[in-house]
Design a protein around this ligand. Structure first.
Ligand code: SAM
Length: 247
């Protein structure tokens, strides 16, 4: 895929401007000159063919040549609530969730996990979404919301969503038929817990709000593995059920 550049403000007319990291990359790494053609996106869903007009010290002025509606979004709308793992593991999770086409990621504050996620950490993760979108061709950014207490997230998820909370259990599993029947619908809201897991009280609270607890098999998965596996299973299930044929 050709180099793609992210424009911070929505592209409306025939002019666009690149600033910051993307302007630096195009000017100093790619050594672009006036006349060079590039692809821009602004996170709104379309991409734009554009021509460089002027390379400034810290900004690049471009003319928009063409707007293209290029849809690389997943057919399944998934919101992932997740207790973020530490440091680089969160960045990795966000990168892969973006590639998989998730619509939204909600950092969860849970009893055994983080009680706070700093604004700068959220900002870095939003930057990671942009970088992953450049690479994978998404023109709509996966939203990263402000952190939310698990109780608020569980209560606020719309009843029209299929709501699944990942929780390893030795109890008899939810009948697969019941779950897969639900998986024919969408959108989905998911909850994945911290390294220490959800407490039984948290899982009980989820049930009170109409969430289904889901066991992902006999091994304990790390947070990232559980989140990404669950999202991929849902997408493949929807595709297999013939509801849609695109992940
Ligand atoms: N000792 C913790 C427990 O028993 O819950 C393990 C937590 S696991 C490292 C982190 C999160 O990933 C869990 O809270 C759960 O949401 C999800 N997870 C990991 N393995 C799972 C499995 N086999 N089934 C369902 N969820 C799982």
């Amino acid at each position: 895929m050709a180099d793609r550049y992210f424009v911070e403000s929505p592209i409306a007319g025939s002019a666009a401007q690149l600033v910051g990291h993307d302007a630096h990359h195009l000017a100093h790494v790619m050594r672009a000159k006036a006349g060079a053609e590039v692809t821009l996106f602004d996170g709104s869903g379309a991409e734009f063919a554009a021509r460089v007009e002027r390379v400034g010290r810290s900004e690049i002025e471009l003319t928009v040549l063409e707007r293209r509606e290029v849809d690389h979004e997943s057919a399944v709308q998934i919101t992932l609530g997740v207790a973020l793992p530490k440091g680089d593991r969160s960045r990795w999770l966000v990168e892969k969730a973006t590639e998989l086409g998730l619509a939204r990621l909600v950092p969860l504050l849970t009893e055994r996990g983080n009680q706070r996620v700093s604004p700068s950490a959220i900002e870095k993760l939003r930057r990671a979404v942009i970088e992953a979108s450049k690479q994978c061709g998404r023109n709509r950014l996966m939203e990263i919301t402000e952190p939310l207490a698990l109780s608020q997230y569980l209560a606020a998820a719309p009843a029209s969503h299929v709501r699944l909370i990942a929780h390893p259990t030795s109890a008899p599993k939810t009948a697969p038929g019941t779950v897969s029947e639900k998986w024919r619908q969408e959108p989905f809201s998911l909850a994945v817990g911290p390294e220490g897991g959800f407490t039984e009280a948290e899982v009980a609270q989820a049930a009170e709000h109409g969430w289904t607890a889901l066991d992902l098999g006999p091994r304990i998965l790390r947070v990232e593995t559980a989140a990404l596996a669950l999202a991929a299973i849902i997408q493949s299930n929807i595709a297999e059920n013939g509801a849609r044929n695109r992940f």
